[in-house]
Design a protein around this ligand. Structure first.
Ligand SMILES: Cc1ncc(COP(=O)(O)O)c(C=O)c1O
Length: 280
């Protein structure tokens, strides 16, 4: 067989990103210090310098999330992957889950949760209005076996901000876990994970953290982590399984030594480190 390449190489100029003033719902404009941080030399994902930087990054994430949760780190992927990480670790097939919908991203959370095999019950509010806690309370009362309540803190599609503290308390009072989307709220309005008592929370880098898109900060309460360990079925996604990702982001329980899980996007993490430094 001939080894000759059949396709001619495409002739492509170096890409020039046009100077845009970003005024949309994200990505938002990124400070040049963050861009410079991302253009540093790529190092190995287990380089000691990298591991030290990751520890600082987790500390700064705990600060912006206002939490002491040990399991706090950025998922290697966009906000939607953080959503998948929270849902697929916390929800088991057959679980009854209440999702409050008041816009695009609540609708997406309901779909992701259905695909995780849950029995999804939705509450609906008009787009542009906050989630009505009374509707969630009624749904919780009507479904005493509910395992998880999920909602979006700030619905980007309309700008509506919901009362996260009340919604997390409703879940807790019912003995259920909460999943909270803070993609648009983190760094923009107060996000207070420990005061709310939220269990599995995800965000994005491209909005109020003013960092390029592509990473999803997440934080899990100790109870949420325990729930993932007590599962009857393995987490359907190998990449997102917390108990496996922990090898890289937390390491050995005694020595803290990190091991490979996946090749983390090191330069993107350098950018997030700088973006968080600016927020902090
Ligand atoms: C509230 C909310 N949740 C989830 C997402 C999904 O994030 P991504 O587009 O980074 O996957 C977005 C994106 O705009 C969002 O605004």
């Amino acid at each position: 067989m001939s080894q000759e390449l059949k396709n001619e190489p495409p002739l492509v100029d170096a890409f020039q990103s046009p100077d845009r003033l970003l005024m949309g719902a994200g990505p938002s404009r990124v400070h040049e210090d963050v861009l410079n941080a991302m253009s540093q030399t790529t190092i190995g994902h287990l380089d000691p310098a990298m591991v030290a930087m990751m520890d600082e990054l987790k500390d700064m994430l705990r600060y912006v999330f206002q939490t002491g949760n040990a399991m706090t780190f950025p998922v290697s992927g966009p906000g939607s992957l953080g959503m998948e990480a929270c849902v697929n670790n916390i929800v088991e097939p057959g679980d009854k889950v209440i999702i409050a919908i008041n816009g695009v991203f609540g609708t997406r959370m309901a779909e992701v949760t259905r695909r995780a095999g849950a029995e999804v019950i939705v509450t609906e509010d008009d787009w542009g209005t906050a989630v009505d806690p009374n509707k969630v309370e009624d749904a919780v009362k009507a479904n005493p076996d509910v395992k998880v309540v999920g909602f979006v803190h700030a619905e980007t599609s309309t700008g509506a901000l919901s009362d996260a503290a009340t919604l997390c308390r409703l879940a807790k009072d019912a003995g259920a876990m909460s999943i909270v989307d803070t993609v648009t709220s983190l760094g923009g309005v107060p996000v207070n994970i420990d005061v709310w008592g939220a269990d599995a929370v995800y965000s994005g880098t491209q909005k109020c953290l003013s960092c390029p898109p592509g990473l999803s900060p997440v934080t899990f309460s100790d109870q949420a982590v325990q729930k993932t360990l007590d599962r009857e079925t393995p987490v359907q996604s190998w990449l997102l399984d917390l108990s496996l990702v922990a090898a890289y982001w937390q390491g050995d329980a005694k020595s803290g030594a990190r091991t490979y899980h996946h090749t983390a996007p090191v330069n993107a993490l350098m950018g997030l480190h700088e973006a968080l430094r600016r927020v902090v």
